[in-house]
Ligand binder design. Structure first.
Ligand code: KIV
Length: 277
């Protein structure tokens, strides 16, 4: 088998992720929002693709994830699934599609699976109400990924995008949320913007995999927002972000070269025209 961790049928399964945790093999997660990048992530054999509601910022140009709708998510998740049919795809449930009631959570997550064809959903928070929704979804056959620490849909309540769990009371609350999500049946939990020692401790205490972003090396896997990791968003430079490519610069150079050649009439030339040979 090459680099990834696909099962015999090709598709990485939730069971496979749990095995990877047990075997101590790091889980590679990245976000995607469209067909071509999803196809690229499948070719690169990432273990799981998250259609994150970060699409609000990186695709739709909002300043938070809050305005994102379920229809937005389904539209993009369908494209991702078409590009990555063999990869486990998780749809991020947007703000207010699961918080008001368990019925909302069931109806809306059900739409994600039926209309987008994804294998699982992600919801934010680890308090009792969220765990109630997780239990109901899991009972209905919908796999759920949790998300605690910095939960971007609560950015206003949290007072900004900042590291969580820095004092003992906050750390203890996050430990309890992680345990409660596992107990409720989540198959994995994202840990966002946590001190590395706390994330390591939580990862060691759970039997389900943790997927970190800004939570240090002690998590069972890592997730990054695709456009940030590939350098398409050059102004965004949080401490945790490593840029693995500089696509903004490459793309800008390409567009400038195209514009130059159109303006000087050197493109299209005979090679790129029909009947001009
Ligand atoms: O929306 C998103 O992309 C996310 C990840 C950063 C975990 O929730």
């Amino acid at each position: 088998m090459p680099h990834g961790d696909k099962g015999r049928g090709g598709r990485a399964s939730i069971r496979r992720l749990l095995e990877m945790k047990r075997e101590g093999r790091p889980i590679v997660v990245m976000t995607a929002y469209d067909f071509l990048f999803a196809r690229l992530l499948e070719e690169a054999e990432v273990d799981l693709i998250l259609v994150g509601d970060s699409l609000g910022q990186v695709v739709l140009g909002y300043d938070s994830t809050i305005p994102v709708t379920l229809d937005d998510m389904i539209h993009h998740a369908r494209a991702v699934k078409r590009g990555a049919p063999e990869t486990l795809v998780v749809l991020d449930m947007p703000f207010m599609t699961y918080q008001a009631s368990v019925e909302d959570a069931l109806r809306n997550a059900g739409r994600g699976l039926k209309e987008a064809g994804v294998e699982a959903v992600k919801i934010e928070g680890g308090h009792e109400r969220t765990c109630e929704a997780v239990r109901a979804l899991v009972a209905a056959g919908i796999p759920v990924m949790g998300h605690i620490g910095l939960t971007p849909q609560s950015v206003h309540a949290l007072g900004g995008y900042r590291v969580q769990g820095r004092d003992e009371a906050a750390a203890e609350r996050i430990r309890r949320e992680a345990a409660a999500l596992e107990e409720a049946g989540a198959f994995s939990v994202v840990l966002e913007l946590l001190p590395a020692p706390l994330a390591r401790e939580i990862s060691a205490s759970l039997t389900i995999p943790t997927i970190g972003i800004g939570a240090g090396p002690g998590c069972d896997g890592q997730v990054l927002v695709l456009y940030d990791a590939l350098g398409l968003n050059p102004g965004f430079r949080p401490k945790f972000l490593k840029r693995f490519a500089e696509l903004h610069d490459v793309a800008l150079e390409g567009v400038r070269a195209y514009a130059r050649e159109v303006r000087e009439r050197s493109y299209p030339d005979a090679e790129h025209s029909f009947g001009e040979d």
